[in-house]
Design a protein around this ligand. Structure first.
Ligand SMILES: [Zn+2]
Length: 310
């Protein structure tokens, strides 16, 4: 029997779970839709955990999108659960009779990418999860950085005062210009403007999504590529601001939108250099794709549980 920890990632739209061995091997992995009500936010992950846990599991890690207080394992604000504090740590420990540790999902994805993914060998890492919104996680001096608890809410840096209204209630947040949600809107607008284009063909009568737009761009469609380049310019603006503030050694981009790969990252690198203070006097900060894919948050959660026990 191989000793392991269980990691659960409650992302913006999906819930993933992995069993991770002590030498970081993924022994089992499951993905299901994210629960949509506050009650289900506890019941469904606990049911999922029960289905995977055997005698060999020593601890559970939980990553959740939103404001997570890792000190006592409480999520104070997040998608689908506005206004409700959820005591993940207390409920998981009581239900599973195992130690449980809770952190922000992007912070944990950054931990995983730094330990075994795209940022191995780096100590100062910005993890950017470009999914429904933008999640952020910092590794500073080789360890997750939390500030007082909520560091990394980079999607809600305001980049355009009076800009589009954000899900957080403010206006002009970075993720209103650069996110899966924005890409979905771009796909709908593109199809409305050009019903004969490739994005429309790929949507094939369904509501167009960012996935259709990215697929059209991958196939070389000029309209789709220009929308992705527009997003890349906003992406570069935010990354340049973060490099100016924290000077990370590397920026790792994960999340569903990152499947656009260099179609997005190449223009984002140029856009970053174009607005970064003293860019020509700095050594370039690589902006690279994540390597662990959709599993990063759950793997990081399992690692976090193990490292918290040590
Ligand atoms: Zn916001």
């Amino acid at each position: 029997m191989v000793e392991s920890t269980l990691g659960i990632d409650l992302g913006g739209t999906k819930m993933a779970a992995v069993l991770l061995s002590m030498d970081n091997e993924v022994m089992e992995m499951t993905t299901i839709p994210r629960p949509s009500t506050p009650a289900a936010m506890l019941d469904e992950p606990i049911a999922l955990a029960r289905s995977l846990i055997g005698d060999q599991v020593t601890a559970v890690g939980i990553g959740a999108a939103g404001l997570v207080r890792s000190t006592d394992g409480v999520m104070v604000w997040g998608p689908n659960v506005e206004g409700e504090e959820i005591s993940f740590k207390t409920h998981f420990e009581a239900s599973l009779d195992l130690p449980a540790f809770v952190d922000n999902d992007a912070t944990l994805a950054g931990l995983a990418e730094t330990r075994i993914g795209a940022a191995v060998g780096y100590r100062h890492v910005l993890m950017m999860t470009l999914g429904t919104g933008i999640g952020g996680g910092w590794m500073i001096d080789g360890a997750p950085y939390h500030g007082r608890g909520y560091a990394g809410e980079i999607g809600h840096m305001i980049v355009d005062v009076g800009g589009p209204v954000c899900t957080c209630g403010q206006s002009g947040c970075w993720e209103t210009f650069c996110s899966g949600r924005r890409l979905d809107q771009m796909a709908r607008d593109l199809v409305a403007a050009n019903a004969g284009g490739l994005t429309a063909k790929l949507a094939d009568g369904d509501i167009p999504t960012g996935r259709h737009l990215v697929d059209a761009a991958i196939e070389g469609d000029g309209d789709a590529i220009s929308r992705i380049e527009e997003m890349a310019s906003w992406m570069g603006l935010g990354i340049a601001n973060l490099i100016a503030a924290f000077d990370p050694e590397i920026v790792v981009v994960g999340g569903g939108v990152s499947r656009a790969g260099d179609l997005l990252l190449a223009p984002a690198r140029l856009a970053t250099a174009a607005v970064l203070e003293g860019a020509t006097h700095r050594s370039e900060t690589p902006i690279v794709c994540a390597e662990l894919g959709e599993r990063a948050g759950a793997i990081g959660a399992a690692m976090f549980a193990r490292e918290s026990m040590q």
